[in-house]
Structures are given as C-alpha cells and as structure tokens.
Design a binder for this molecule. Sequence first.
Ligand code: AMP
Length: 210
Amino acid sequence: MILIFLGKPGSGKGTQANLVSKKIKIPVISMGEILRNIEKQKTLLARIVRQRIDKGDLIPDKLAQIILRKRLQKKDCRQGYILDGFPRTLKQARGFKEKIDKVVYVDVSDKTIIKRLSSRLECSCGMVYNLVTNPPRKKGICDRCGKNLRRRKDDEPKTIKKRLQIYKKQTRPLIRFYSQKGILVKVDGEKGIKEIFGNIIGILKGLNNK
Ligand code: AMP
C-alpha cells in the first residue's frame, strides 16, 4: 500500500502518518526528517539543505526526487510506505510514478497552524511534542530518551508565515491534482489526535474491503 499524507506544515500529518504506520505496519518516509538528518552532516549538500530549511524554502525538486528515490529502494519499503512531506510541488507529484492508493489531506486553518507550530518542540531522537495538544510528561524533556527538547529553527513565527505562503503557492495545487484522480480524501485536522486517527483508519478499512 502506498499512502501520501498531505497538508500544511504543522497540520499534524506527520503525527497521523506515524500512528497509521504503527497500525498497518508500513514505514513512514518523512522527507523533512531525511533532510534534517542530511543537515547534520559536514558536506556541501548539508549546507545547501540547511540554508533552505532554515529560511523556510523548499529544496530543489530534482534533489528531493533523488533523495526520495534512494530511500524507497530500501528493503523496508517493499510492502508499501506512507509519504509524509512528499510530494510538495506539482513537479514532484507528476514525477512520482508509483500507484498511490490514497492521498490523505489533513485540513487545518492557518490560525490553528500558527498556534500549533509556535508551541511545537522536538527531540534529536525524532519525537515531536506540542505544548498544547501533546506535551511531554516532564517539561522540556523527551519522554522517550530523556534529552532536552528544542524548537525547530523553521518554527520561528516569521518562518512559519513564509512556509505557509510557499504551501499555498506550491503545495496546495496538489489537492486539486489528486482529487481529479479520485484518490484524495479529506479529514478534519482541527479535531483531536485520536479522533482524526479514527477517521483515517475508517477510510483505510474501506479501502481494504473494496
Ligand atoms: P517538514 O518537516 O515536512 O515540515 O519539512 C521541513 C522542511 O524540509 C521544509 O520546510 C522544506 O524546506 C524541506 N522539505 C521537506 N520536504 C520537501 C520536499 N518534498 N521538497 C522540497 N523541500 C522539502
């Protein structure tokens, strides 16, 4: 099964993709996470990626496509996967030739996005928290590994606004693109994490029964 999770930055698509991944046992391939790992290296590529991400810009399509293709060749993707954060442009979408089962669009207002992203904290182990909706048990400390939590550089208010603008210009057209193909489903991302998850699982069950 190949699923794509689509939505604004901070819509909760990553959280939902991870929950669904645990339930149906296929991996989440998060483009943002792959890029944040590349960023940590001491290479020219790392520098290019870091500059783009910190400014809230997308990395070039070609680069995103190559990085993704390489990741999808790994063994764990053989039974299927969930894409989180790819495609993000029409060019990336058109270049992705695999058969997609469903595109789950998590719909959230700008107001909620700004509120959520400015209260998002992450850990270097990959765990993501939200001070309002999903806080860590101990303030500022990761539940999983005990390290200090930090705010992503691109979650600063000015950068959030820019990322939302880029989303509107470059990523939002994908909603139409996939709905014309008849594979887009929309879920209300304003609801609580559990309720949204229940809705998505309901949709996916329907898929299996077809
Ligand atoms: P995310 O964690 O999904 O919000 O991604 C963080 C950042 O990584 C984005 O703001 C972009 O700079 C970059 N990025 C992630 N996915 C893509 C993509 N498919 N194409 C280009 N840039 C991306």
